[in-house]
Write a protein that binds this ligand. Sequence first.
Ligand SMILES: [Zn+2]
Length: 122
Amino acid sequence: MLRRRPHDRTRPAQERLTHEGITVINTFSDREIFLIQRASPIDGIVSDYVPLHRTDDGHLAGPCPFQPKDSTHEIKVLPQRGLWICFGCVDGGDVIGFIRKRHNLTYVQAAERLLRELDDVR
Ligand SMILES: [Zn+2]
């Protein structure tokens, strides 16, 4: 199981979160981010929200979950690279960035959400 090590010094994804006057520094190391990305396949996560189909060029695509329902913009998913991209949104990124955008979270909050979901299935 993944455990957070708040004092890991290897270039952490770090955020200062203030809640009710108390500031905490939330930190994931690069390796923990990598492990969360690897354990949360981008195609599986995106297809929890929109149906994906295989495209002619071997990627996956589906209706963009960030665009209005009548939009024709597609989100493109590259499972081998762990990335998504949408030219309609002019945005893209990793699986954590997808969850961040989808649920309006910070990057660290999105990483924590994925980590919780991983714990739930173990
Ligand atoms: Zn989009």
